[in-house]
Ligand binder design. Structure first.
Ligand SMILES: *Cc1c(COP(=O)(O)O)cnc(C)c1O
Length: 476
């Protein structure tokens, strides 16, 4: 064997799945992964995609009901995004925005984002991810109160089981106990209240929801914010952050009463309201941003994922007038930024993505057509013996698996019933995610009704297979 053919980086188109898996486990540490567990099993190698479908290295076709990772809003293979990247790379692949310079795609994208955002948003700060966006939020919120002469307003309130990314600040704002357990999180002056999760809180039968309507529970759950503010002292609280619909937490859709009451409480105490729109933004809920669906008027919005449909990394923060005015007129230099803040190629792809969303009228398609249809089809799953609850909002939906639906009794967590179901999904050409025993989807927004039917057929088949499997195991 000559020396050149042993060079690892050499292109080796003939490598088979096992080769790829072996190289993967030798060198690639995957996010949120038990490295040894994956090495034993071998990763599924995804090789190409078109529209809402993926193909793996074994040639299996898979319906991607998670839009990659909540991001491929326009579906795969959109030529205008591909062309925008190529053209921008040829013209000017990169230049920074640090030293009083700017590139035209970044300026144009800022303009377009101001256009499609609620009217209070006229300014944007660019990052390359949602996590960096939320780090920016922490620094910006604290800077805002400093400039106003209230530096003691430090505390940011998030929610248990909220997800705001995986950097130190992002993971701290989030309320994922598994993340907090590693690396000394949360960082100081971040605290959490309970989530507005109807099923977890007793599904109307017990606990915090006992005897309540969902609407009454929504008000009660929002009240936990006021209680926390009073406990800390309102003059210590800087901001509240939440996802309009919790995504990674399990597609948890709050009662309609929840967000307006959160808004009222923030207004009452002068606290900044931050809407993390990383999943809900760019049409996912049937409006451009989730806050419009939920009826709030946030001061800041984090975005990422759908802004570029995941074709290239991009994120940022929409800065509302209340904060922008203070930072611009009184703040002086803001000592924060990233090499790739306003990356021209990323911005060019995002511009093409937003242009396409507009051309195809995708937001209205979600709001008036395919979103309501998905809701209707998901509600039909309630007749299934394993299903304790379904929820949906625009193009995201969840189904809670239960041991006994009449009493809303969950399975023993240790059984990992969600993972059993996910296994059947993988085996049947469907990517549906498991969050505990909650099965979730967030498919591409361009999905047709016929494709929703195709997905629902797969989901029902996988629920049936799971039911059969659980009976065989004696878990039911
Ligand atoms: C994915 C996500 C983030 C983090 O974004 P990254 O690009 O992974 O850093 C933040 N907030 C929400 C709501 C998300 O879903």
């Amino acid at each position: 064997m000559n020396a050149i053919s042993t060079v690892a980086s050499q292109a080796t188109p003939s490598r088979n799945t096992q080769d790829w898996q072996a190289a993967d486990s030798r060198h690639f540490l995957h996010p949120f992964t038990d490295f040894q567990g994956l090495a034993r099993k071998g990763a599924r190698i995804i090789t190409r995609a078109e529209n809402i479908y993926l193909w793996d290295s074994e040639g299996h076709k898979i319906l991607d009901a998670m839009s990659g990772l909540w991001c491929v809003n326009v579906g795969y293979g959109q030529q205008s995004l591909i062309d925008a990247a190529a053209a921008q790379m040829k013209e000017l692949p990169f230049y920074n925005a640090f030293f009083q310079t700017a590139t035209t795609p970044a300026i144009e994208l800022a303009e377009v984002l101001a256009e499609i955002s609620p009217p209070q948003f006229q300014h944007v700060f660019f990052t390359s991810s949602g996590s960096e966006g939320n780090d920016t939020i922490v620094r910006m919120v604290r800077r805002y109160w400093d400039v106003l002469g209230q530096p003691e307003r430090q505390v940011i309130i998030g929610r248990k089981n909220g997800y705001h990314g995986s950097t130190m600040a992002g993971a701290s704002l989030g309320g994922m106990s598994g993340m907090h357990a590693q690396g000394g999180l949360p960082i100081p002056n971040i605290t959490h209240i309970d989530q507005p999760h109807w099923f977890e809180h007793g599904a109307g039968l017990r606990g915090e929801t006992a005897g309540l309507t969902p609407e009454a529970f929504g008000l009660k759950a929002a009240g936990w914010l006021e209680a926390k503010i009073l406990e800390l002292g309102a003059d210590k609280v800087a901001a509240f952050i939440g996802e309009p619909v919790q995504g990674a937490g399990g597609v948890i859709v709050p009662p309609a009463s929840y967000w307006p009451e959160i808004q009222r409480i923030c207004d009452k105490y002068g606290i900044l309201l931050v809407s993390d729109e990383v999943i809900c933004g760019f049409g996912r809920t049937g409006q451009w941003f989730g806050c419009e669906t939920m009826g709030t008027k946030p001061d800041l919005m984090t975005f990422a994922k759908g802004v570029s449909s995941g074709y290239i990394p991009l994120g940022g923060v929409m800065v509302g007038d209340r904060v922008a005015r203070v930072l611009i007129e009184q703040g002086g230099e803001f000592n924060h930024g990233f090499t790739y803040s306003g990356h021209p190629t990323a911005c060019a792809v995002a511009l093409a993505n937003i242009r396409l969303l507009r051309e195809l009228d995708v937001v209205r398609h979600v709001r008036e057509d395919v979103g309501p249809y998905l809701a209707q089809r998901f509600a039909e799953l309630n007749d299934h013996p394993l299903v304790g609850e379904t929820q949906s909002c625009g193009m995201m939906a969840s189904v809670q698996l239960v041991k006994d639906k009449t009493t809303a009794t969950p399975f023993d967590e240790a059984l990992e019933v969600g993972m059993v179901c996910r296994g059947h999904c993988f085996g049947n050409g469907l990517i549906m995610r498991a969050v505990g025993d909650r099965m979730i989807v967030a498919p591409p927004l361009v999905m047709t009704r016929a494709q929703v039917d195709e997905m629902m057929g797969l989901i029902r088949r996988c629920l049936d297979l799971t039911l059969e499997d659980l009976r065989k195991r004696g878990w039911l």
